[in-house]
Design a protein around this ligand. Structure first.
Ligand code: PEP
Ligand code: MG
Length: 539
């Protein structure tokens, strides 16, 4: 038995086989071939197999995220049948006598450059799709299945690191636990693991030859046991059964109010990254969605998601929540959430760089597309909207002006929409300090303690070396929280927390005493926080 230690990101026990996740890197070399017919047949075969894979992905996405989310895979299948693409590859093979991999890679690069230079925004978005489909054909030519999990049974995933976009694309039904060598507890990948209630460890040194071996992940102690002995295996199988039982008992709290023993109520909502997380929100009985990280729609897509696609996603969430509040945060990309097709420059300091509302106020076409989709969805339930990374009053004015433009356009087109509360995230020290001024502009505040802690303490939330001093309980953070609630309430705003600190049950009583009106936590933390609230007496 081999034991490796790391740091826990989400508790829980997992028992199963290891599967090592490798990133998608296709190296293509130019080779001269003599048998061009053979090369043409290889291309044809790979194209068919790529189409088959895409059909499978379409069917899976249809089940998991519905028609709008699945559509991209249908578009990719159609692109593989495009005559320009096929003719360009076959001509290159015939005239230049090159290998199929090289012909596909060159055609993919060339056509995607042509698309990227087009006037029409929709056509420009297809550039990333072309790269994607040519990559898929190359993988098929090389006899590789593509990035991700090669195992067919649910496995413990070991990876060097996982980007948020890679994490969201993994097949959740095949993941028992995440174990990474790099990463930090406050990264978005860690947040995703918590949203999915999957035991996760970071900072674990593993070896390639562990692939396929039996293992146990102890998400409480932060340990990975490879080829556990009989005694360890039995101990953890028993502990896992006890954990499952605890979870079952917590489920008895479903249907109960979020109220202290002496009658103080608080709204307990859940955070989601996409349509597929709503099932977990309902299973854990949250009273609403306090943070819909809409950027994951962009991260999961290979090009800008259009208005219709976004509308369908928001509408599905809103309708499924059946009248319960859904707070959609507008696009918050940048920093660790990088989206290739935005073509953002590399920055020295991305966490303090061109991101979130800064991009949206610049790229108004992208922002207004999202606002239209959100407002259209508001007709189907209770929708609120909030802007991330705010630092000043003029930013809020500009964002609200764009909201007004969108509402006027929808009215002129006779498209219905509901009453939408407007809020902001308080996640910069600047916003916390001027929260008295910002409160005059909006209906609510939601405190993003993840970023607020990072910027207040000047500690990069992504840096594993600083994880042990990233202290969200720091007096500076707590004083800011009190200031934000007081300033919000003076102007009639309700105030909540949607950062990870909201789920910290050591502070639940403190938050209630400070006067917070809402806590929004990972779906898996709703019932533990409810149990805590119901055990408190404030008087
Ligand atoms: C936060 O910063 O606390 C927050 C909720 O936003 P994110 O974690 O997505 O940056
Ligand atoms: Mg944030």
């Amino acid at each position: 038995m081999e034991v490796s230690s790391g740091k826990s990101v989400y508790g829980g026990i997992a028992v199963g086989r290891i599967c090592i996740f490798h990133k998608e890197e296709s190296q293509v070399k130019r080779e001269t071939v003599s048998d061009t017919d053979r090369e043409l047949a290889r291309f044809e075969h790979a194209r068919e197999s790529a189409k088959k894979q895409l059909h499978g992905l379409y069917e899976k996405a249809l089940q998991e995220v519905g028609e709008s989310g699945a559509m991209i895979f249908e578009v990719h299948q159609m692109m593989l049948d495009d005559m320009d693409f096929i003719e360009s590859v076959t001509n290159m093979i015939k005239t230049q006598k090159v290998n199929a991999e090289f012909a596909v890679a060159t055609t993919g690069d060339h056509l995607s450059q042509v698309f990227a230079a087009m006037e029409d925004a929709y056509m420009r978005e297809r550039a990333a799709d072309l790269k994607d489909i040519s990559n898929r054909v190359i993988m098929a030519l090389q006899g590789r299945e593509g990035a991700g999990i090669h195992s067919t049974e649910p496995s413990i995933i070991l990876a060097e690191d996982l980007a948020p976009s890679e994490t969201v694309q993994l097949d959740k039904s095949k993941v028992l636990a995440f174990v990474t060598r790099l990463g930090s507890t406050n990264s978005h990948t860690a947040i995703l693991a918590r949203t999915m209630s999957i035991p996760a460890l970071i900072g674990v040194d593993y070896k390639e030859d562990m692939d396929g071996k039996m293992a146990v992940v102890d998400g409480f102690k932060g340990e990975l046991y490879v080829e556990p002995d009989e005694e360890t295996l039995t101990k953890y199988e028993k502990q896992k059964a006890e954990e499952d039982e605890k979870r079952r008992l917590l489920f008895d709290l479903r249907g109960h109010e979020d109220i202290t023993k002496d009658g103080r109520k608080i709204n307990l909502y859940a955070n989601i990254g996409g349509v597929k997380d709503v099932a977990s929100v309902l299973a854990n009985d949250a009273s609403g969605i306090g943070l819909f990280r809409s950027e994951f729609l962009y991260l999961e897509s290979s090009g800008y998601p259009g208005e219709e696609e976004q509308f369908q996603a928001y509408k599905t969430v809103v309708e499924t929540m059946a009248g319960k509040k859904v707070i959609i945060r507008t696009l918050d990309i940048g920093a660790d959430k990088q989206v290739d097709y935005f073509k953002l420059d590399k920055e020295e300091n991305p966490a303090m760089g061109y991101r979130a509302i800064r991009i949206c106020l610049d790229r108004q076409d992208v922002f207004k597309t999202q606002l239209r989709a959100i407002f259209r969805a508001s007709h189907y339930g209770s929708v609120s909207i909030m802007f991330p990374m705010i630092i000043s009053v003029p930013e809020v004015h500009q964002a609200k002006e764009l909201v007004e433009e969108v509402k006027n356009e929808l009215r002129a087109q006779g498209i219905p929409f509901g009453d939408v509360e407007i809020g902001i995230m308080i996640e910069t020290p600047a916003a916390a300090v001027i929260s008295d001024l910002l409160a005059k502009e909006v209906d609510f505040f939601s405190v993003g303690t993840n970023d607020l802690t990072q910027y207040t303490l000047a500690i990069d939330r992504q840096n594993p070396k600083l994880d042990n001093i990233y202290d969200a309980h720091h007096e500076a953070v707590l004083r800011m929280l009190q200031n934000i609630v007081d300033n919000g309430h003076k102007e009639g705003c309700w105030v909540g927390i949607c950062g990870e600190l909201g789920a910290d049950t050591e502070l639940t009583e403190t938050f209630l005493r400070m006067g917070f009106d809402e806590l929004s936590v990972s779906p898996s933390m709703v019932l533990p926080v409810r149990a805590k609230i119901r055990s408190i007496t404030l008087q």
